[in-house]
Design a protein around this ligand. Structure first.
Ligand code: CU
Length: 433
């Protein structure tokens, strides 16, 4: 499906602002039907799902090490659950129906209560029928603040999303159709940013927390008007901030930037033969006392390092889909010939064990592989440890090794975060004993 050029080229002023926690994070997250202004103001509103009256749901903010206690109240007509993406939390709070908790039926509630060990940019989303519930709006940002946050004029959350929507603003149906599942997933025909504020001053130093909440879309993004460095990926600080270049951000991934505003900050979606404006932060005034020091690294992550010699070496082959080879799984997609969750885990680890996974993409589509409850290192060609992430994009016909130090006991999902792929077989689980 082609992107609607008219809808994408809406320019400035039409940004939907993210609802922001005013003082403290709410203690209830109520999933319910909402109306949202997804199309530009003046066009129709969209019937969606949200939390506490809005989609995205409220931005939850806690300090590193604090507990987040939220009662999830399901006021929708479908069973649901909440997954706290990227948080290394207790297994019983991970929000995966059938693996870590029971489904939360309509009218029922569930108490989530967990510690947030790592500062950074995270998000929460439905983990039941997620290809539909996330696409309809059941997600929101979760920000864990550093004990000593970097000095910036504004800390701005920027959600990137796309929707499959018609001219009247109605979400197009056909969730879970075979064509989407077997190809790239449910790609939207309309995309834009949802920033938590829509203006900055010339000379401001700002932090941007990019979150791709789309169910299938990989966004190649160019940001103009900002002299910035990348300071964190998937919540985890980089040892050395990197100069900002075009960013590829897969579903569920996050990128944190800190930079100085040199013009209106434009977010450009770079397609093969075209560039779309996804929105911008407009300029309002000058900062007469701009920050001048270098952009420094955030405090290093406190994640267990993998051993030099892994305890286990595992091969995880992504198979199936359209234009893919045969496999023995019973659904569209499979890992190592098995579709969906088996009774037995794909692998078991003792606490403290290191595993290296070779993620082999033997399909015609890219996949963003997400491990619950842990972060892992992408490994470089020479075997050294690269970026620390919770979701890694493996392009079609390529492979990537990741190294994981398994230190969090429980049953953890390992799946493709193109949510239609997950729904049609590309998922498994591991156990840490
Ligand atoms: Cu996939």
């Amino acid at each position: 499906m082609n992107l609607q050029r008219r809808a994408l080229l809406f320019g400035t002023g039409a940004a939907l602002m993210l609802p922001r926690a005013a003082v403290a994070s709410p203690t209830v997250l109520r999933a319910e039907p909402v109306k949202a202004q997804i199309l530009p103001v003046g066009d129709g509103k969209t019937d969606m799902l949200g939390y506490n009256g809005s989609t995205p749901g409220p931005e939850l903010r806690v300090r590193q090490g604090e507990r987040l206690a939220v009662r999830f109240d399901n006021q929708t007509t479908d069973a649901s659950s909440v997954h706290w993406h990227g948080i290394r939390l207790e297994n019983s709070m991970d929000g995966v129906p059938g693996l870590t908790q029971a489904l939360v039926k309509p009218g029922d509630s569930f108490e989530y209560d967990f510690r947030t060990p790592d500062a950074g940019t995270y998000w929460y989303h439905s983990h039941n029928r997620s290809w539909e519930q996330v696409a309809k709006g059941l997600y929101g940002p979760l920000i864990v603040e550093e004990a000593d946050p970097p000095q910036v004029n504004h800390d701005i959350t920027v959600i990137l999303d796309d929707w499959r929507i018609d001219e009247t603003g109605a979400i197009v149906g056909g969730f879970g159709n075979m064509h989407d599942f077997s190809h790239a997933g449910r790609l939207g025909n309309y995309a834009k940013i949802l920033p938590s504020r829509d203006s900055v001053r010339l000379g401001d130093r700002i932090r941007l927390r990019l979150i791709n909440t789309a169910t299938a879309r990989v966004f190649p993004i160019r940001i103009e008007g900002l002299a910035a460095r990348v300071v964190a990926l998937d919540g985890m600080p980089l040892a050395t901030p990197r100069p900002l270049q075009d960013i590829q951000i897969a579903p569920a991934q996050r990128v944190d930037l800190i930079g100085d505003v040199t013009a209106a900050v434009d977010f450009l979606f770079v397609l093969r033969d075209d560039i779309y404006e996804m929105g911008s932060l407009k300029l309002e005034g000058d900062n007469t006392a701009p920050a001048s020091g270098p952009i420094e690294a955030l405090a290093p992550p406190n994640v267990m390092q993998p051993k030099d010699v892994p305890d286990q070496f595992l091969s995880l082959k992504m198979e199936g889909g359209a234009m893919g080879g045969r496999h023995s799984g019973e659904d569209i997609w499979a890992f190592n010939g098995i579709s969906g969750l088996s009774d037995k885990p794909f692998a078991s680890f003792s606490q403290g064990e290191t595993a290296v996974f070779d993620l082999i993409n033997d399909t015609s589509f890219p996949h963003g592989i997400h491990l619950h409850g842990h972060h892992f290192f992408e490994m470089n060609e020479d075997g050294s440890l690269g970026d620390l992430r919770d979701t890694t994009l493996v392009d079609r016909g390529t492979s990537r090794k990741i190294a994981v130090a398994f230190d969090n006991p429980g049953k953890w999902l390992l799946h493709c975060h193109m949510l239609g792929h997950q729904a049609s077989g590309m998922k498994t689980w591991v156990e840490v004993l």
